[in-house]
Structures are given as structure tokens and as C-alpha cells.
Design a protein around this ligand. Structure first.
Ligand SMILES: [Fe+2]
Length: 383
């Protein structure tokens, strides 16, 4: 387990913030958009999560004279909107890695945080250490018989078992079925907003253990060994694959609070009994999987293999969850993913609720509209 020493850092114009002593940022002041991207058409896919750019080639963005300004704006936009979609992209693997690095660098990530090497990536893999090949061919049979058939079990944020987990991820799917294989994302900010103030107060500051020892069996099933060397940050090393993180996390780019637990990697909330931990985690997972109004679903376009094209999704792993949809039988679905590492997750009471920051009003107010509708139909609502 990662050792966690807490330190207090103070900046002249910001209140004191408690952050981890490893992988700290130079600044914890939220960033604003520079709006450079507004020269390109884009629109919200849903009110709470997802932004689509119908006419942008990311390869051109990278080569623009204003590349750094555009990518800095993209980083803030992705952190605010959770995930951004780009159709028919010709981005090369090298450019995908460059973009992955720059998103974090231009939004203030710690200097020592690089691109992640996944513990199951084969040493000597054709595409290199920093590309995770997401393929239906490597879906592992080691646990197939014991897998839940509830698709909602798949919700996760990438690599939360690492002491220094991901800020941004970029996935290009170049081979996809004619129908099916969609990916869904959910907003961790909005899931947090669905908690009452009383329950938020109870949860904030508490921590949970994240763990992924099962990857050792995955590596074995693929005929190689787990990568126990440094995986993109000096703190991410060894075969233990576990870390302790706050269950409410502040995204430093937006300054907004979000839930940071997921059924794939979170094992236990600390400071409560096993039963209480299960109860709490199940409720938090339900907020993500049962609220389709904080999710966005993306269908990957099918391209010919010769085109080199693929749709691309870029998301902020600090403040979103995602899950694939395995509804396409034995059809091939393959993509290349780059996962960038950010800062050590932290909680700060100075973090904001996204809805309050955007002046949206509480989530419960939207639910109360249902009560008004009932009253309009003559149904009396008890006080
Ligand atoms: Fe993932």
C-alpha cells in the first residue's frame, strides 16, 4: 500500500489545502478556459456531460501555430465537460502520445508524471509501453465463468489502483462493429451533486482502498508477467497494485468535487465496518449506474481498416466513470489508448460543487418539478 504522508501547503492568495506529499502540483488554483477552441464548432451532447467537435482534426490542432493555447483550452474543456468526442480522426500513435502528455503539462500536472505503462502491457509490445491496446480479442477467459451479467458492473475510472492515477485518457477506436460496442461515460461531479449536504459532510475526508491484484492473473493468462517496474511515475511501481484515495476528490483544473470510487477497483472505505463500507459503496455506485441523466453514450463509427481513421474520445479520469458495452458477440473491436498521469488525488474543503459553481441550482430542485407536476394533476403532496 502506498505510504501517505500529509503535508500542508499554503499559497499567498489561496486558503490552506491538504494534499499528498507525492505528485503535487505547483498550483492548486482552478484554471479558466482561454476559449481558443471556440473558433471551432462544438456542442454539448447532454446538459451534464459530453462535448462533440464535428469538424476538428486533432492532428491539425497539434500542428497549429497556436497549438499550446488550443490544447490548454481543450484540457480545461475536457475537465469541465468530462469527455470530448472527435469523429474520423487521422491522429498517429506518436501524436496521440504527444497530445496525452501536453494535456496534463499545459494544465499544470506534476513534472514527474508521465504516460502510464499498464501493468498488463507486454514488455516489448509492438506499439510500445505507453499504448494500451483495448481489444475484444484479449477479453480474458480467466474469470468468464464468474463474471456478473449486470452490465452496470463495468463502470470504472482508469487505473485508480495506482498511487498517482490518471488525469486524461485518449482512446482511438479504429476497428468497431457495425452496431454495438458503445462506450458510456458518467459525471462524477453530478453523482456528487446527487448527495444530500448531510451525506456529503459524512463522506468528505474519508478514504478508500483501491486494488487490482487480479491483473496478475490477467498477465499470466496472456502468457507474460506483470509489469512491476516504474509505470509512468516513481510512486507507481511494484506488484502490489493498491492505493488509498479520498472518496470525494477535487479536480484541480476546475476546483470541483466529484465521487472517486468505482466497482472495478475500490475495495473498502476506511474507518467504517465492512458492512457499512459495502452499504455506502453500493449506494455511491447506484448514483452512477442508475442515473442515466448524468451519463453520455457514444457509438464508434465503423471505418475501413485502410483508412487509418478512428473516432477519438478524450476524458478526464479524475471526474468521470466509463464502461464499455459488450453486446457485439465475436466481432472485432480494437482501439489504442493513452493514459496520462496527473497528481496525487486530494480532498479540500475549498472544492466547489459543480452545480453551485455554474449557478445551476441543486439537483433536488429538478426532482421537485415532479412534485409540482403531481400537484398540477390534483395529487396532494404531504409536507
Ligand atoms: Fe477504462
Amino acid at each position: 500500500m502506498a505510504t501517505q504522508t500529509q503535508t500542508q501547503t499554503t499559497t499567498p492568495d489561496a486558503p490552506s489545502k491538504v494534499v499528498g506529499s507525492i505528485a503535487t502540483r505547483a498550483s492548486y488554483e482552478p484554471l479558466s478556459r482561454n476559449n481558443a477552441l471556440d473558433a471551432h464548432e462544438h456542442h454539448s451532447v447532454t446538459p451534464h456531460i459530453g462535448e462533440e467537435f464535428p469538424n476538428v482534426q486533432l492532428s491539425s490542432l497539434l500542428r497549429s501555430p497556436d497549438a499550446d493555447k488550443l490544447i490548454a483550452d481543450l484540457a480545461v474543456l475536457v475537465s469541465e465537460r468530462g469527455v470530448a468526442f472527435f469523429r474520423a480522426q487521422d491522429l498517429s500513435l506518436e501524436d496521440q502520445k504527444t497530445l496525452g502528455r501536453k494535456l496534463g503539462e499545459l494544465s499544470g500536472k506534476p513534472a514527474e508524471s508521465g504516460l502510464h505503462i499498464h501493468p498488463t502491457t507486454h514488455a516489448g509490445a509492438k506499439k510500445g509501453d505507453e499504448i494500451s491496446v483495448i481489444s475484444s480479442e484479449t477479453f480474458d477467459s480467466y474469470s468468464a465463468n464468474d463474471r456478473s451479467l449486470l452490465a452496470s458492473e463495468g463502470w470504472h475510472s482508469d487505473i485508480t489502483f495506482e498511487p498517482v492515477p490518471s488525469d486524461y485518457a485518449i482512446l482511438k477506436v479504429h476497428t468497431s462493429p457495425e452496431t454495438g460496442g458503445d462506450t458510456l461515460w458518467a459525471s462524477a461531479y453530478e453523482a456528487y451533486s446527487r448527495l444530500s449536504p448531510t451525506f456529503r459532510e459524512f463522506l468528505e475526508g474519508k478514504k478508500a482502498v483501491h486494488e487490482a491484484k487480479f491483473f496478475e492473473r490477467v498477465a499470466q493468462a496472456r502468457g507474460h508477467t506483470l509489469r512491476d517496474e516504474v509505470r509512468g511515475h516513481p510512486a507507481n511501481a511494484g506488484a502490489e497494485l493498491s492505493a488509498v484515495h479520498p472518496i470525494v476528490r477535487v479536480n484541480p483544473v476546475t476546483g470541483w468535487k466529484g465521487l472517486y470510487v468505482n466497482p472495478a477497483f475500490t475495495r473498502r472505505i476506511l474507518g467504517v465496518t465492512r458492512d457499512e463500507s459495502d452499504l455506502l459503496l453500493n449506494h455511491l455506485y447506484a448514483l452512477v449506474s442508475r442515473n442515466h441523466d448524468l451519463q453520455v453514450r457514444f457509438n464508434w463509427t465503423t471505418y475501413s481498416p485502410e483508412s487509418g481513421l478512428g473516432d477519438i474520445a478524450i476524458w478526464d479520469n479524475r471526474s468521470t466513470f466509463h464502461t464499455a458495452t459488450q453486446d457485439y458477440g465475436r466481432t472485432l473491436r480494437v482501439g489504442d489508448r493513452v493514459v496520462s498521469l496527473g497528481e496525487k488525488p486530494y480532498y479540500s474543503k475549498d472544492g466547489k460543487e459543480r452545480r453551485a459553481a455554474l449557478g445551476l441550482g441543486p439537483a433536488a430542485a429538478e426532482r421537485n418539478l415532479g412534485q409540482i407536476a403531481l400537484q398540477l394533476h390534483g395529487v396532494k403532496i404531504a409536507e
